[in-house]
Design a protein around this ligand. Structure first.
Ligand SMILES: [Zn+2]
Length: 345
């Protein structure tokens, strides 16, 4: 059992309330770093001093937050109205168990049972605004004594390993956080490495923007968990990225063209270390790289990700070999990265 992934995915950190994740990560890394602090946004920033071989600073980012829900109103019958914190497909929500507020009250995202649906209702998608979280309270006062507006609700999924794959919630992006913890636990790098466990990625890359500004790195690497769509599909049989085929390397997404020098350095490093990799099909999506690379006078940045099925739902699936290879490839890249890789002529 990968205890790091288990512990990191089972804690709760819906965007803006990452404290539980941050405290866990702080305890996991503090013996392996030279300094750490928490900035005004809630980013956990840790410095691992290098050997001094290269005089530059490398930032490695992994966002701590996960998508979830926020209580927006309590109805007279005691059920809770909510909105999404981060992006959702409403269809993934119905009938799911959530943990609500700091006391982690159990709630169910309620739906009219199929027995009571009319034929036309069976064919339509229930919108989030028509769903309620039911915490079993008998009325508004009873619910209001336990829950307040603005409380978050998060999915509840126990981490489990199924052979080469693992199932759990929030692999996006606790897989990246776990990888970054492992990188910090390794021997010092040839340069100062600044780890940024960032907040509020799912609501607009907000923590990373601030972290990159204060860290002022020469290069940044973003560790992520990217949606894999490799399921049987009648229309298009080529997956964007697939489980088990190695770290997913970004070239372009909605917010970036990844630094081409870094992309080629990463892929060459993968080849020379016999680590499998896959180019993520260029196109939609986005990561903290978009916020980081436009910070200050511009920061060369690239993204490496663990492919994960069913992103932004209660249960994701990753392949543990992909995870291990992301750690391996990221470490190999950091061991060999020199200022020459990003030098402009
Ligand atoms: Zn993510």
């Amino acid at each position: 059992m990968n205890e790091l992934l288990k512990n990191l995915t089972e804690v709760v950190g819906v965007s803006g309330e990452e404290k539980e994740v941050r405290l866990l990560i702080r305890d996991l890394i503090k013996e392996y770093v030279d300094e750490w602090h928490v900035d005004a946004m809630g980013n956990l920033i840790a410095l691992k001093k290098g050997t001094g071989a290269h005089d530059f600073r490398v930032m490695v980012d992994a966002h701590m937050d996960e998508v979830g829900l926020m209580v927006t109103e309590i109805d007279s019958n005691g059920t809770l109205q909510f909105e999404g914190v981060g992006g959702f497909d409403d269809r993934a929500l119905l009938g799911k168990v959530v943990q609500v507020g700091p006391k982690k009250l159990t709630g169910v995202i309620g739906a009219r049972p199929i027995h009571l649906l009319k034929a036309n209702q069976r064919n339509s998608v229930v919108k989030m605004e028509d769903m309620r979280i039911d915490i079993g309270a008998k009325d508004k006062d009873a619910a209001g004594s336990k829950v307040k507006l603005g409380d978050r609700a998060a999915f509840v999924t126990e981490y489990e390993e199924l052979g080469p794959t693992a199932v759990g919630k929030a692999f996006d992006n606790r897989a990246g956080c776990a990888a970054l913890v492992e990188l910090l636990r390794a021997e010092p790098y040839p340069f100062d490495l600044v780890a940024a466990f960032t907040v509020q990625e799912e609501v607009g890359l907000r923590g990373a923007e601030v972290a990159a500004y204060s860290i002022k790195p020469d290069v940044a690497l973003v560790l992520e968990c990217t949606p894999a769509f490799d399921m049987p599909n009648k229309d298009d049989v080529s997956p964007n990225v697939a489980l088990g085929k190695g770290p997913s390397i970004y070239v372009m997404d909605r917010g970036t063209i990844q630094d081409p020098r870094l992309v080629s350095f990463i892929t060459k490093t993968a080849v020379s270390h016999n680590i499998p990799y896959q180019i993520r099909r260029p196109g939609g999506g986005g990561t903290n790289t978009a916020a980081i690379q436009k910070q200050l006078g511009g920061i060369p940045a690239a993204t490496m990700a663990v492919p994960g099925r069913y992103a932004h739902t209660p249960a994701m699936m990753i392949n543990l070999n992909d995870y291990a290879n992301v750690v391996k490839l990221a470490e190999a890249v950091l061991r060999q990265l020199t200022p020459a890789v990003i030098k402009r002529n």
